[in-house]
Write a protein of this length. Structure first.
Length: 267
């Protein structure tokens, strides 16, 4: 699904959080939203998922305003995982992931629903936990369960808010490889928020860097992750390396005051 965002703005009461945000995501592409705390990342992804009503601008899914879609149709098009997710009651891993099939089924699950969930549990390394209560799992395992629930919707677009924050390094890579494989093979358009810039640089096709509610930079990882942008947006001097097309970012020191790294000519 092609996603188009044009001049999107959003405010909480009298506090403007997003200003004139514009970008596009192509079929099967992974776009990572990065930026410091308070830059509007989670608000942006909630607007995309229609959990918040935009103040102005346009959001289009294949040329269609998602606000005009019925809830069931919207749920079949997008999968969303929030930054923090909790269950109010105890369900097994299998039952929790099966909830993602609700847009396609009645109260009785079909054979396809069971087959889809079983396959995703295998992909997310959760098959051995299928009959365990989600409340008894570690934070990282729970995070993978909620990603699996979003994938069970078989969405055309996937919106993820910090999907790897509670995962160890091995499961971070496994999860990102799975998401990339699904994006490529099933043509799912993925928009995710990541604080781990090296993970974003490794797996994203394109980056949108937010700063103070605006798009500060956008493009391929090597275009966005520059020493100048790191100094301006994050207030850090960073060493940027490009190894066979994979960008890595090594923070060196804080810039106090902000932008002083640029004044010193740091690269």
């Amino acid at each position: 699904m092609r996603i188009t965002v044009e001049n999107l703005s959003f405010s909480y009461a009298d506090r403007q959080v997003l200003r004139d945000i514009s970008f596009q995501v192509s079929l099967g592409e992974i776009l990572c939203i990065v930026g410091p705390n308070g830059s509007g990342k989670s608000t942006l992804i909630k607007c995309l998922a229609c959990l918040l009503k935009k103040q102005s601008g346009r959001i289009l899914f294949d040329g269609v305003d998602p606000g005009r879609l019925r809830p069931g149709e919207l749920a079949r098009r997008i999968g969303y995982m929030a930054q923090t997710t909790a269950l109010c009651f105890s369900t097994t891993v299998f039952e929790t992931v099966l909830m993602g099939r609700r847009p396609y089924s009645s109260w009785r699950s079909s054979r396809k629903d069971i087959r889809v969930v079983a396959g995703i549990l295998e992909q997310m390394d959760l098959a051995q936990n299928a009959l365990q209560s989600v409340n008894c799992l570690s934070g990282g395992q729970q995070q993978r369960v909620f990603i699996a629930r979003a994938l069970a919707q078989e969405p055309q677009a996937l919106f993820l808010d910090e999907p790897t924050s509670a995962l160890d390094i091995a499961h971070q890579m496994d999860t990102m490889e799975t998401i990339r494989l699904l994006a490529r093979t099933q043509k799912i358009s993925v928009i995710m928020i990541l604080h781990d810039l090296n993970l974003a640089a490794r797996y994203a096709d394109r980056i949108v860097m937010l700063y103070q509610g605006r798009v500060h930079a956008r493009g391929r990882p090597e275009q966005v992750f520059t020493s100048t942008n790191m100094a301006t947006v994050y207030g850090v001097k960073a060493a940027i390396q490009n190894n066979n097309g994979v960008v890595s970012i090594l923070p060196v020191e804080r810039c106090l005051p902000r932008n002083s790294c640029q004044a010193q000519g740091g690269n």
